[in-house]
Design a protein around this ligand. Structure first.
Ligand code: NAI
Length: 318
């Protein structure tokens, strides 16, 4: 069955160019009423214009879709959500995509370079999400996308401000997906790599033209459909390829022999290879599972000879 968005209202931030434009066009072609938000400034965050959003709205309308432009900065996220409510009376999907770059090595990052990056990426996504939340909660439905980057997940020279903001968005998703679960508010994170004005000169020339942003749009659109139950996930996508990314945690090691002892730095050194052994690493779905392990650690220290249920359940390796 075709995935449709009839009667759904979708807000895409930074939809005047690059990835956001392709998301907005695909949502529009699937029946959604689209709020095309874009400040229309330079990739470094300076300036603004109405052009970028207007062009995309025209394109959606010419293809028979429904769209309205919004020129606010994501920092004023509540105004963008107001545009959706004022024009269409509801909001169902929020794609936090707007972004800028201020690449510099750590010592050259000014306070302004730091603040602008955190404001647009992290605070902007928070501001729109907080403003949309009461509508999602009341209607017991909402789909949210955060946008991270390989620079956040893996790091990248010259992008400390951007990396910090982009990984911050994963943290934002982690908690938002927990808080939204009982209201069918699902939140996932896309990690795209695509040709855009932001990546021109960064992505290798020989692959730039092939890395089309429209190859990623179907992943975002799928994640936002009402039938998609996925939440709290990071999906990397590029070149017509998609994969899930997640953290794993090793089984670790005790660094003291009894409950009355305090570990020493030497004990940490002695156990370092075991502390950092990832051969039996696994993914944890919640911090409840991790807390249960800590209880297992304390039980083991208090009663070293007793059979410890956590050892079996969590594949412990004391
Ligand atoms: P782009 O520069 O083509 O598009 C970003 C859009 O956001 C622009 O149209 C810009 O005007 C808009 N924007 C910037 N600040 C805004 C603000 N304060 N309020 C509203 N709109 C604003 O860049 P691209 O490549 O399409 O990036 C989209 C998102 O994907 C960004 O969050 C970026 O960090 C992320 N990303 C992109 C990657 C890529 O390979 N293109 C890689 C990893 C992440």
């Amino acid at each position: 069955m075709t995935l449709r968005f009839d009667n759904r209202v979708v807000v895409v931030t930074g939809a005047g160019a690059g990835l956001g434009k392709q998301y907005a066009i695909l949502f529009g072609s699937r029946g959604a009423k689209v709020v095309v938000n874009d400040l229309g400034g330079h990739w470094n965050g300076e300036g603004k214009s109405t052009n970028a959003a207007d062009i995309v709205v025209d394109e959606i309308k010419q293809a028979g879709g429904t769209a309205v432009a919004d020129y606010n900065s994501v920092v004023d996220g509540n105004k963008i959500i107001e545009t959706a409510i004022k024009n269409f009376g509801r909001i169902d999907v929020l794609v936090n995509n707007a972004g800028i770059l201020r690449d510099k090595s750590i010592v050259n990052i000014s306070d302004d370079d730091w603040d602008k990056i955190q404001d647009v990426h992290l605070k902007g996504s928070f501001a729109t999400t907080r403003a949309a939340w009461p509508y999602f909660k009341k209607q017991k439905f909402g789909r949210i996308i955060m946008t991270t980057s390989t620079s956040g997940l893996y790091g990248n020279f010259g992008q400390a401000n951007y990396s910090a903001a982009k990984l911050g968005l994963v943290g934002l998703m982690n908690t938002v997906s927990i808080e939204g679960a009982k209201y069918d508010i699902r939140c996932n994170t896309i990690c795209p790599t695509a040709a855009s004005r932001m990546t021109k000169g960064i992505l290798p020339d020989e692959v730039f033209d092939e890395m089309k942003p429209e190859l990623i749009a179907p992943v975002v659109v799928y994640l936002c459909h009402e039938d998609t139950q996925e939440t709290g996930q990071i999906i990397e996508s590029s070149c017509g390829y998609a994969t899930k990314y997640h953290y794993v945690r090793g089984p670790g090691s005790l660094i003291r022999d009894s409950i009355n002892e305090v570990p020493t730095p030497e004990a940490v050194r002695a156990k370092w290879s075991k502390i950092t052994d990832m051969s039996k690493a696994k993914h944890y779905d919640s911090n409840v599972e991790v807390s249960a392990e800590y209880i297992g650690v304390l039980q083991k220290l208090k009663n070293p000879s007793e059979n410890n249920e956590f050892e079996d359940v969590y594949n412990y390796n004391f």
